[in-house]
Write a protein that binds this ligand. Structure first.
Ligand code: ATP
Length: 438
């Protein structure tokens, strides 16, 4: 279907020059060693779809590690090799990375043991992949540069916009592919093929997904929630009855689409304003997805997904407190309909991670109320009092744990405009804590 000439034209037109050069150098290196080399997988898929993707996945018919080391010697690169898997990463001087694999079949000598690796052909290597659209390979060797290899109908499925597995046991072999199928379907605006959807539903019915380990399940969910627009994939998971594998009582929340939409807007607002500060987008979306779960169910979900310790308190205590604050804010809005004092906002939101704050913004439908949170993010959260512990000492207040509380009170007064200068802060302390001054 694609002649090498056309593929070469696509490589020229759609890729930066240095990537074109890199591919040619990799081909030459293969010629020198007398091994066939291919660029495969997502890179080829996206090249043909005209989507940006510079993740080079190289497969060497033979020893990929020896290949990587040979290339690295010639081009002043570093190599990280994984002997056990016959894979290597070439790290270019500018830190650009290229993944290299050896064609291989993996034998599991005993259950749960690491695979033993043996050499095989490119076709066998590609047979182990998830979907036909990810099995396309382009030859890089001089003579054959630009030849497309399509062993499993990948080109047809790209044309038909179909996500299809290569064989009927695919989801049994690796149930994470169920989530990958949904992610690719929604990202590329493809559809899961009829037989493939049937296989997903069987795998679900037969309980194969329950065997999936927490970390792998989390990693797939994370990938979905890191997509540009995760909602369609979440809806599709729900439609395929897959949310229950995250937690038995997890359903698509009502108005979930609006909630995700507001989360996207909050996240984009934040990214635009704070380019230096990072925020875990997937956590904000996860908080949205599980918004209806009670604390116990949330605990269960964290256990099922083996959520790492560093995220646990955010998803447990912090989320619990955030829901309390949300209630308080609603009550306040119904009663007064005007902005609370800055010190109130500070007390409500103090200590929340940025992810929780953006989740709160997503949960709030009233724009005026949402501004209470954004005001905290932009103006209040980084405020400090002018005076510090040294000043309190000079004023004759005996040092101790009360310093923290006093300085916090000073800050709250400052936020409400009751002490705007250093002098006023000192006056505030003198007035309020007269009894402590010795
Ligand atoms: P993305 O843009 O999300 O990175 P990708 O296609 O590059 O998409 P990766 O997750 O980086 O996907 O995987 C790289 C390649 O490895 C894929 O093209 C796919 O063929 C293969 N692969 C990844 N995970 C699996 C799996 N669970 N089973 C089979 N093949 C897989």
């Amino acid at each position: 279907e694609y002649k090498p000439r056309e593929v070469i034209r696509l490589l020229r037109n759609r890729l930066p020059e240095r990537i074109q050069d890199l591919l040619e150098q990799i081909g030459r290196c293969g010629d020198e060693l007398g091994v066939k080399v291919f660029v495969v997988g997502g890179f080829v898929r996206d090249l043909l779809l005209d989507l940006p993707n510079l993740d080079l996945d190289i497969v060497v018919e033979g020893d990929g590690i020896a290949f990587a080391e040979h290339y690295a010697r010639q081009h002043q690169c570093r190599v990280r090799a994984h002997q056990k898997f016959g894979t290597a990463v070439i790290v270019l001087p500018d830190e650009f990375k290229v993944d290299v694999a050896s064609t291989r079949v993996e034998f599991y000598l005993e259950p749960a043991a690491l695979p033993t690796v043996e050499n095989a052909s490119i076709k066998l290597d590609l047979y182990r992949r998830d979907f036909t659209i990810n099995t396309l390979a382009i030859s890089l060797n001089g003579e054959r540069f630009g030849e497309i290899h399509d062993f499993f109908g990948g080109l047809r499925d790209l044309r038909q916009k179909a996500i299809r597995v290569l064989h009927n046991l695919s989801f049994v072999e690796d149930p994470t592919r169920v989530f990958r199928a949904v992610r690719f379907e929604q990202r590329l605006e493809f559809h899961i093929g009829k037989q493939t959807e049937h296989l997903i539903r069987s795998a679900v019915r037969m309980g194969f997904l329950e065997r999936l380990g927490g970390p792998r399940l989390l990693s797939e969910l994370q990938h979905i929630l890191e997509e540009e627009h995760p909602y369609p994939a979440i809806e599709r998971l729900s439609q395929l009855d897959l949310l229950k594998f995250l937690h038995p009582s997890l359903d698509l929340p009502v108005d979930c689409e609006d909630l995700f939409d507001r989360a996207t807007r909050s996240l984009n607002w934040f990214d635009l304003l704070y380019t230096e500060e990072s925020c875990q987008r997937w956590l904000v979306y996860l908080l949205c997805l599980v918004t209806r779960l009670d604390d116990d169910a949330m605990q269960g979900l964290c256990d099922r997904l083996s959520i790492p310790g560093r995220y646990r308190s955010l998803l447990a205590d912090e989320r619990h407190r955030a829901h309390g604050v949300l209630k308080g804010m609603r009550r306040r809005w119904r009663q007064a309909r005007r902005k609370p004092r800055n010190s109130d906002l500070y007390v409500w939101f103090e200590g929340f991670s940025i992810e929780t704050l953006l989740y709160l913004m997503a949960r709030i439908e009233t724009e005026d109320v949402r501004r209470w949170v954004s005001l905290y993010v932009t103006r209040l959260r980084d405020e400090k009092s002018w005076i510090d512990g040294e000043d309190l000492k000079k004023m004759g207040i005996p040092p101790g744990p009360q310093y923290k509380e006093i300085l916090r009170r000073v800050l709250l007064a400052r936020l409400d405009g009751k002490a705007t200068t250093r002098e006023e802060e000192i006056a505030f302390v003198t007035r309020r804590y007269r009894s402590l001054i010795t």
